[in-house]
Design a protein around this ligand. Structure first.
Ligand SMILES: Cc1cc2nc3c(=O)[nH]c(=O)nc-3n(C[C@H](O)[C@H](O)[C@H](O)COP(=O)(O)OP(=O)(O)OC[C@H]3O[C@@H](n4cnc5c(N)ncnc54)[C@H](O)[C@@H]3O)c2cc1C
Length: 345
């Protein structure tokens, strides 16, 4: 049994596979533990308190005086988690392809090949940043970056920066830059801030309520999307209350100097940061030919409909409600491990 990806989703899978008595190995392409977290920007804070950002079996301890832990705390927690439960993560191993091989699946990588009866793919999304096609973007002479490229606001001191995106990343990066750069924040629709007292806990509750409704055949509650888009973390709240987070509508094209709006307005920009999301990192599964037109792999729970030996974990709600969060991935990981253990016995 092979788990591909040693971020939080792969670790949650390992925890439940161990409990279910299944022999497994986790293959991870990073040099060190933590999945995507060591790559995120320095000031990022979780959108839930530590205890509400925990993987199965072990509460995340609080981080000093902080309600919302930083990424270094998450990395330390994940590092401890995989050691504590002896999760057999092999690094660095980059899986290049999963192939059908008689009754088994062959997992090919840059360091060797594994033969598996079941595979859990938990490779996340951070590795496939999405940038929308905007007319003229090839003519823009400034820098074009994505969420994954942002590290610290000092990199933009004194520059004119356009941040595109009305989700959490866009709002947090805009807030991060607000005191350092001449900021223009652009969103496709007016930003929807969650009430100040709502954080990831409420989002998780909403996702759980949606799961219960769908499980019972009741009306779809809309889940997280019904609440709003942006968690008012302390930094976002501060920037918003200081009047620094005023969003402009989306521009229609870029020219050499910067974005251009339909009414002819032009904003000169040194850099455009696209906070426009991610796609699931699934290229290693291409040999199985499972993707639909949206680039997703249709699943029943976590199991791929057209390849029952493959489970997908953590990419988004399509692999289980809130499964792309620390606290939400535990349940689909448990279900996948139980199903695999049942099949193996
Ligand atoms: C900016 C941002 C803020 C977020 N904030 C929160 C938050 O506050 N709370 C919360 O719960 N969630 C948050 N999330 C969502 C989620 O928790 C993270 O995205 C998390 O990193 C997802 O974990 P994962 O294990 O699914 O993927 P990843 O962390 O990306 O781990 C996947 C692992 O698979 C490896 N891998 C990829 N491809 C291969 C391959 N072909 N072969 C071998 N290994 C491979 C990668 O190297 C990586 O180590 C946030 C996400 C983002 C982007």
């Amino acid at each position: 049994m092979v788990v591909i990806g040693g971020g939080q989703a792969g670790l949650a899978a390992g925890y439940h596979l161990r409990r279910a008595g299944v022999d497994f190995v986790v293959l991870d392409s990073q040099q060190a533990p933590g999945g995507a977290w060591p790559h995120m920007w320095e000031s990022l804070r979780l959108f839930s308190p530590a205890a509400y950002s925990s993987l199965p079996g072990r509460l995340m301890p609080p981080q000093g005086g902080r309600t919302y832990p930083g990424t270094e705390h998450v990395v330390a927690y994940l590092t401890d988690y995989e050691r504590r439960y002896d999760l057999r993560v092999v690094r660095p191993v980059h899986v290049t392809g999963v192939h059908r091989d008689g009754g088994r699946l062959r997992v090919a990588s840059d360091t060797g090949t594994w033969s598996a009866r079941f595979v859990i793919s938990a490779t996340g999304t951070w590795w496939r940043p999405f940038l929308p096609a905007v007319p003229g973007s090839e003519t823009f002479t400034g820098r074009q970056l994505h969420t994954v490229d942002h590290r610290r606001p000092e990199d933009f001191t004194g520059e004119q920066v356009v941040v595109v995106g009305g989700g959490n990343s866009g709002a947090q990066i805009a807030a991060d830059l607000a005191g350092h750069a001449d900021l223009t924040w652009v969103t496709r629709r007016p930003p929807r801030f969650l009430a100040d007292d709502i954080d990831g806990r409420a989002l998780f509750d909403a996702a759980s309520a949606r799961r219960r409704a769908l499980d019972h055949g009741d009306t779809d509650t809309g889940g997280v999307a019904s609440l709003g888009d942006i968690v008012a973390t302390p930094a976002v709240r501060e920037a918003r209350d200081a009047g620094l987070l005023k969003a402009q509508p989306m521009f229609t094209r870029l020219d050499a100097d910067g974005p251009v709006w339909a009414d002819g307005t032009i904003v000169r920009a040194d850099a455009v940061i696209w906070c426009t999301g991610f796609r699931p990192a699934l290229s290693h599964l291409s040999p199985l030919g499972l993707r639909d037109r949206n680039g997703h792999i249709p699943t029943d729970g976590t199991r791929a409909l057209a390849e029952p030996r493959l489970h997908l974990l953590g990419y988004g709600d399509w692999t289980g409600p809130a499964s792309a969060t620390l606290i939400g991935v535990g349940r689909p990981a448990r279900d996948a491990a139980r199903e695999i253990a049942r099949q193996l016995s």
